[in-house]
Design a protein around this ligand. Structure first.
Ligand SMILES: C[S@@+](CC[C@H](N)C(=O)[O-])C[C@H]1O[C@@H](n2cnc3c(N)ncnc32)[C@H](O)[C@@H]1O
Length: 344
């Protein structure tokens, strides 16, 4: 589902493998990636999924982005989780103290999650932590750091795509709490977002809980700057997608002929990133045996990072069969971690 193109549902079914991150098994094999590229570069406007940003280099670049002065989402959600850690940990823990599974979708390096993990461990809570990520390198780094920093924590990492993680949830016995932090939910275009949340809600039992991080609407210039930093790290992150296609699919993208462009639409809350062709050019993708034509200044849409309002979140939750239980925010109200439960 998340492998679909930024603005359009894809007919291809991503079927990543579930594996131990230590074996470095690829989660998206080259045929899947090639098929995604064939579809994405054949349509108008051209588009590729942001899910493919996160090869080893991309995951490392994203860690650098999180530390940038312009990139407020990570710092702000860090503040939310730090301020409200006791209340959030309590809300995620079953009232009867039974052990539970804490599953995290798109865990990345788990920097912010560790605030909650520490809080839960300090309270003597019995739980297993199952971080899920499409990036084997991000997951391996997270598992290593948890072994070193929180050795008593039971960790069950899964290298998988979101939809596979949902399939895993189906029929899993016991209580569950699901984390979906970092406003990853903003990567889905609206229709897919609703569909994904509905599919996630359908896997929850009445006592299960869901905590989702939503980046909220704010000064449009501040939002845009977060995706177009002065040092050019976000540009390198976006352009790395083309390097990945060169390496994995034998494409011949000339990186000097492409540039990063990011734009925010305050009417819809859509923050969008593009790769723009600086000149008319053809690109050959050896794995597909195909050439793709680009006009001068033609764009490939590579990422959505939608921004939300609290009433919109209420509506999104209700339409998915969920109810908002608690909203945790930072002092400036830039970000919300929203605790959700299945509607009665
Ligand atoms: C923007 S980062 C956020 C990481 C973390 N949640 C945080 O808040 O710092 C997105 C993470 O989700 C993972 N990811 C993106 N799309 C995914 C998908 N469709 N299935 C599983 N993981 C995905 C990426 O590999 C990356 O580690």
């Amino acid at each position: 589902m998340a492998a679909s193109l930024p603005d359009q549902s894809s007919t291809s079914q991503p079927h990543s493998s579930i594996s131990n991150p230590k074996n470095e098994q690829r989660t998206t094999n080259n045929e899947e990636l090639a098929e995604h590229v064939r579809q994405g570069l054949s349509r108008q406007p051209k588009a590729l999924s942001s899910m493919y940003f996160y090869d080893e280099v991309g995951s490392r670049l994203f860690q650098q982005i999180m530390a940038l002065p312009e990139y407020y989402p990570t710092r702000t959600e860090f503040e939310v989780l730090t301020r409200h850690r006791a209340a959030i940990a309590q809300a995620l823990t079953p009232a009867d103290g039974q052990p539970f599974h804490l599953l995290e979708l798109g865990a990345g390096d788990g920097l912010k999650t560790k605030i909650l993990l520490r809080e839960l461990l300090a309270a003597g809570t019995r739980f297993a932590y199952a971080p899920v990520d499409i990036s084997p390198s991000a997951l391996a780094g997270l598992a290593d750091s948890l072994r070193a920093e929180l050795p008593s924590l039971q960790v069950e990492p899964l290298t998988a795509e979101y939809t596979q993680a949902l399939a895993q949830l189906q029929g899993q016995p016991g209580r569950k709490a699901v984390l979906f932090l970092g406003s990853n939910i903003g990567n889905f275009p609206p229709a897919e977002r609703q569909q994904f949340l509905g599919a996630l809600a359908a896997q929850l039992s009445p006592d299960d809980r869901l905590l989702i991080g939503f980046d909220l609407r704010k000064d449009p210039r501040q939002i845009r700057a977060a995706y177009d930093d002065a040092q050019g790290v976000t540009a390198a992150f976006n352009l790395n997608l083309l390097t990945r296609l060169n390496h994995e699919l034998g494409a011949d993208f000339d990186l000097a002929a492409w540039e990063h462009f990011a734009e925010y639409d305050p009417l819809t809350g859509a923050m969008r990133s593009f790769l723009v062709s600086r000149r008319a050019q053809q690109v050959h993708v050896a794995a597909l045996g195909q050439r793709f034509e680009f006009a001068a200044w033609e764009a490939i849409h590579t990422e959505n990072s939608y921004k939300f309002t609290l009433p919109q979140i209420e509506q999104l939750a209700a339409a998915a069969g969920l109810r908002v239980q608690q909203v945790f925010q930072d002092e400036q109200q830039w970000f919300a971690d929203v605790l959700l439960a299945p509607a009665e």
